[in-house]
Design a protein around this ligand. Structure first.
Ligand SMILES: Nc1nc2c(ncn2[C@@H]2O[C@H](COP(=O)(O)OP(=O)(O)OP(=O)(O)O)[C@@H](O)[C@H]2O)c(=O)[nH]1
Ligand SMILES: [Mg+2]
Length: 192
């Protein structure tokens, strides 16, 4: 891993992580394999808020329970405290199912931004998601994105840069996993 600040893209399979990854990194990406695994590892760079950030496109996962090889890779990467921030990519058209991994990301205690992707599909089905209310409920920024059209990606970049600068402002209590994750992210005063 290149030294510096690393952002991990996490979310259910098909939520749009790789589309966001490609849009963020453009030409600045490297594709390899996870050590000893046949699963593709994509890493790249983008700039936001005057910072150059490494970004890793993690394999799709429904939870940190790690049943599949993809989930195990994602879990190990997160548990080893590698990312300085996480973008949880959620499919807005299947929000309830997608929120489970988002909640698990809250428990990591790392700066977190939610990309509420596939907004076009959700809206074409008549779903109206109040992103402000969701953000207030989760206590993390929620950005509406349509990754295939590049919509919301500038806002997403800004939110990631801001989240890294602000440190953690959400609960660190393990709600679903019972596991305390270790990382060096600055803690917010309310969390202790
Ligand atoms: N309509 C629409 N399609 C999208 C959007 N974002 C991604 N897609 C499409 O959804 C499909 C899945 O996107 P990917 O980026 O491959 O999803 P992923 O999360 O990387 O999937 P895995 O790597 O399998 O976990 C692709 O066909 C994308 O073109 C979006 O905002 N709107
Ligand atoms: Mg992908």
């Amino acid at each position: 891993m290149t030294p510096g600040t690393t952002v991990a893209l996490v979310g259910n399979p098909n939520a749009g992580k790789s589309t966001i990854f490609n849009a963020l990194t453009g030409e600045h990406q490297h594709v390899g394999n996870w050590p000893g695994k046949t699963v593709e590892r994509k890493e790249g760079k983008f700039t936001a808020g005057g910072m150059t950030l490494n970004v890793v496109d993690l394999p799709g996962t429904y939870s940190l329970t790690a049943f599949s090889m993809e989930e195990k890779i994602t879990r190990d990467f997160l548990l080893q405290g590698q990312p300085d921030a996480v973008v949880a990519v959620a499919d807005a058209a299947n929000l309830e199912r997608n929120l489970y991994i988002v909640v698990q990301m809250l428990e990591l205690g790392v700066p977190l931004v939610v990309a509420l992707n596939m907004a076009d599909i959700a809206e074409s089905r008549g779903l109206k998601i109040d992103t402000d209310r969701l953000a207030a409920g989760l206590n993390v920024p929620v950005i509406r994105t349509i990754a295939t059209r590049g919509e919301g990606l500038e806002e997403l970049k800004q939110a990631v840069a801001q989240a890294i600068q602000n440190g953690v402002h959400h609960p660190h209590r393990p709600l679903t996993t019972g596991v305390e994750f270790k990382n060096d992210a600055p803690r917010c005063p309310n969390c202790g």
